[in-house]
Design a binder for this molecule. Structure first.
Ligand SMILES: Nc1ncnc2c1ncn2[C@@H]1O[C@H](COP(=O)(O)OP(=O)(O)OP(=O)(O)O)[C@@H](O)[C@H]1O
Ligand SMILES: [Mg+2]
Length: 154
């Protein structure tokens, strides 16, 4: 597991930006953590890194947002989404075939939604300080994580 201290919002954003800049192909990420932990902040950094021109905003109400960038960005929020709704909008299939970066806030609420090959990112706000725990599951995720760490020089 890779643990990155992120004391300030800009640290969380920079972590996302480095992922966006280093990404070479399709990747899904589970963004986990309490309300206000910084999941959307991370997604905004990733949008920057992917050169998304449009402002990346919280998808809490729209559930799924898509943005054009160097690679396309999909940003979903499962906080208010039930499994039946996710199936209804075809989210699992969309994630499976998304050609760019797919970020899913609260993905842990719907086990099995993400492809097996994905990166799991847990944003912890508990004392002593904010930190992000990152785990790669599968070969594609492992390669993407290596490029991401290299971009940050870690
Ligand atoms: N180290 C930090 N990283 C990220 N955000 C931080 C940090 N410190 C303070 N913040 C603040 O915490 C808030 C994080 O909000 P954000 O919308 O990103 O959270 P979220 O995890 O997406 O919440 P939700 O579950 O409601 O969608 C922002 O107001 C941000 O400025
Ligand atoms: Mg959010």
């Amino acid at each position: 597991m890779w643990i990155v201290p992120c004391a300030q919002p800009e640290d969380t954003r920079a972590l996302g930006r480095a992922l966006g800049e280093s990404l070479a192909g399709p990747l899904c990420l589970s963004l986990e953590g309490d309300l206000g932990a910084g999941k959307t902040c991370f997604a905004q950094g990733a949008g920057d890194g992917l050169q998304v021109q449009e402002a990346v905003v919280s998808p809490t109400f729209v559930l799924v947002a898509e943005y054009e960038g160097r690679l396309p960005l999909l940003h979903a929020d499962c906080y208010r989404l039930e499994a039946a709704d996710a199936a209804g909008i075809g989210l699992e299939e969309a994630l499976e075939t998304w050609p760019g970066l797919a970020l899913v806030e609260w993905a842990e609420r719907l086990p099995g939604l993400l492809p097996l090959d994905h990166i799991q990112l847990r944003l912890n706000i508990a004392a002593p300080g904010r930190q992000v725990q990152i785990r790669a599951h599968g070969p594609r995720a492992t390669a993407a994580l290596a490029a991401w760490r290299a971009a940050l020089g870690r």
